[in-house]
Design a protein around this ligand. Structure first.
Ligand SMILES: [Zn+2]
Length: 212
């Protein structure tokens, strides 16, 4: 799942108005931001296997640090604590922690049964909505549209940048999503990991939008 996680980040603005959109994205996408670094250092593994699902060509062989439920609960606690120490905004801290956890449950809907409950556990779960391209598109676009609508209701652009930076971000996210879905598979895992790292720019974009 890609755009759905950003949709949840947008929508969370209604629950924690004082938390920056950049932080909301950072939280909802946190474990997918860790994942490329874990791939690059060899701590986690993915295989490019076109056709393995209707939607993604990725076979998530081993990713217990970023994507096992127990580890995600730990990351959520950590991210919420760091946010609380930095911002002293309990409501925001709770929302940020829940966003980190939300990622795992949204992944649970779409992934094949490759999500471990805990590192080392033999139980792997996933409801495999990725077996259906229309099903995946409907779910992700629905979450994204609802999230953006909540964000628009909650915020007012202070200037022209506030308007255009937001709308260009929305269009850009939809563009990358469709490019991922209908474009060619990544040539190798290294390229995939570096494209994954570029998501940090989307987080910065979120902070920029929020300031305006
Ligand atoms: Zn994920």
């Amino acid at each position: 799942m890609f755009i759905g996680h950003f949709g949840v980040g947008f929508g969370a603005k209604a629950a924690a108005p004082k938390t920056s959109l950049g932080t909301l994205f950072l939280a909802s996408q946190f474990i997918d931001l860790l994942w490329p670094s874990l791939l690059l250092v060899g701590a986690e593994r993915v295989r490019i296997a076109p056709g393995i699902t209707k939607v993604t060509p990725l076979d998530f062989e081993y990713y217990p640090i970023s994507h096992s439920l127990l580890a995600v609960l730990g990351w959520a606690f950590l991210v919420a604590m760091v946010y609380q120490v930095l911002k002293r905004y309990p409501r925001g801290s709770i929302v940020v922690g829940l966003l980190v956890v939300s990622h795992w449950f949204l992944d649970l809907i779409v992934h094949r049964p490759d999500l471990q409950l805990a590192p080392g556990s033999n139980i792997k779960v996933g409801f495999d909505l990725w077996a259906s391209l229309p099903g995946t598109l409907i779910l992700e676009l629905f979450i994204f549209i609802v999230g953006v609508a909540l964000y628009l209701r909650q915020t007012v652009a202070k200037d022209a940048v506030g308007k255009w930076a937001l709308w260009s971000l929305i269009v850009f996210l939809v563009g990358i999503y469709l490019g991922n879905l209908f474009g060619p598979p990544p040539p190798n895992v290294n390229a995939l990991a570096w494209v994954g790292q570029s998501q940090w720019l989307l987080i910065l974009w979120g902070y920029w939008v929020d300031r305006h």
